[in-house]
Design a binder for this molecule. Structure first.
Ligand SMILES: [Mn+2]
Length: 436
């Protein structure tokens, strides 16, 4: 993305900061996987949103005075011997060349300059979920400053950076939507590949490997979250990531998998038969979830509440469950008593963007639910989970789990299903398999 985009985000962020304040945003910290080896590094989402900078050991400082504003970036210095091990760094000069900030210093300078940065400011914006060590350094500096008898002001108010960033990130720009679409086009390739494969007697993680391969082959470095490959009854564990069971010919597989492309997530669930063909009971449940998903997606437009979508999904699923003999009684009464939640226990969807669960607000400052607005992207993902050991269920449905999930952009006129090209109907799924 163009540096201009990040620049304008920082300016927008500064406009929303209160006067006489400073915002400190830290890059993500390397996380140890085992002894001295690390997990693959991923930049902090807010830090990336405002800088586009992917290195660690960096700090973005936004200073808002009474009249003027300043942007400072602290970055790792060039170091030949370390770069030999961990890769090239831009260094101060490189960052000056590529990034349009007022000042660039080395990370080492941050500690030394922190007090000066905080001095004579009334307010500090911090990501309160940053590493404890970093937060502690800031608090210590504020405390030391508070003893000063000469400073004009010392910071006495602390704000969460996310108060501003969350709102900014809620509305996606056309460039961001293009990145999500690109992620989805790669995710589509992977889902279609798996739909078309012979799967009986494979272990679930073998399919996980196909996703990882297809993601990388098509330009996405990583998945956006750990892939869920849940054969048969495993699908009744909502966040099943063991992926280590054998796939059986007669089972469905619930697959929740999406790649991350240039820091933007996709999040897609498809439920497909191992054998390539749904049996009658599987098809009944599948068609009910699909009908519900399509109905909810169709209702997405500006002004609608997510809680309306949730209720719509519950009503549709509950009605269907009564028709199929899974629940008995009056639909309204069943919902009132939450009986439907036994088989549809989760929310209808979530915001998606740089984070797969994008931390954008669901409620406003007064605690009122935020209505959908053009530019928001959310998942719609109803599901039915019918455990094998639930003796209240008709026998033919036991062990079936179905979730169907798409990524939906809210538009002025209604919605755009960004993942509409990923096969979803029974006929489409069965046809893809029969091509092999
Ligand atoms: Mn999801």
């Amino acid at each position: 993305m163009d540096e201009l985009i990040y620049k304008s985000r920082r300016e927008d962020f500064l406009v929303q900061m209160k006067k006489s304040s400073v915002a400190l945003l830290f890059s993500a910290t390397q996380k140890i996987r085992s002894n001295d080896t690390e997990f693959p590094y991923r930049q902090d989402s807010d830090f990336y949103y405002l800088t586009g900078f992917k290195e660690d050991n960096a700090v973005l400082v936004l200073v808002k005075g009474e009249k003027s504003a300043k942007e400072i970036l602290f970055v790792q210095k060039k170091d030949k011997s370390l770069e030999l091990w961990t890769g090239k760094r831009l260094g101060v000069e490189g960052v000056k060349e590529h990034f349009d900030v007022d000042k660039v210093y080395t990370s080492e300078c941050f500690e030394k300059r922190l007090k000066k940065i905080l001095q004579s400011k009334k307010r500090v914006y911090l990501d309160l979920f940053s590493e404890e060590k970093k937060l502690l350094r800031v608090r210590e500096n504020i405390q030391e400053l508070s003893h000063s008898r000469t400073a004009k002001y010392t910071p006495i108010k602390l704000y969460h950076v996310r108060e501003i960033s969350q709102k900014m990130r809620a509305i996606k720009t056309p460039v961001e939507i293009e990145l999500i679409k690109k992620a989805l086009s790669i995710t589509k390739e992977a889902h279609h590949k798996v739909m078309s494969m012979k799967k009986a007697e494979l272990v679930e993680y073998e399919l996980q490997a196909v996703y990882e391969y297809e993601f990388k082959k098509n330009g996405a470095y990583s998945d956006a979250y750990t892939t869920i490959i849940a054969g048969g009854d495993n699908g009744n564990t909502l966040h099943y990531i063991n992926n280590s069971s054998l796939l059986h010919e007669d089972d469905l597989i619930l697959i929740d998998a999406g790649c991350e492309y240039e820091m933007y997530a996709s999040d897609i669930t498809r439920t497909i038969p191992v054998s390539g063909k749904f049996n009658a009971a599987q098809k009944e449940i599948y068609e009910l979830v699909l009908k519900t998903e399509l109905k909810v997606i169709d209702a997405v437009k500006e002004g609608v509440l997510r809680s309306d979508l949730q209720m719509m999904a519950r009503e549709s699923l509950c009605e269907g469950m009564v028709e199929l003999g899974i629940l008995k009684g009056d639909v309204k009464e069943l919902i009132k008593e939450n009986y439907d939640k036994r088989y549809f226990p989760h929310g209808i969807g979530h915001w998606i963007g740089i984070d797969v669960h994008d931390p954008c607000p669901y409620k406003d400052k007064k605690g009122k639910e935020i209505a959908l607005q053009a530019g928001m992207v959310l998942t719609v993902e109803p599901g039915l989970y019918l455990p094998l050991d639930d003796m209240d269920l008709p026998e033919k449905y036991r062990g079936i789990a179905v979730r169907i999930e798409d990524d939906i952009l809210v538009t002025k006129k209604g919605f755009e299903n960004l993942s509409c090209e990923i096969a979803k109907s029974v006929a489409e799924i069965e046809k893809l398999y029969s091509r092999t």
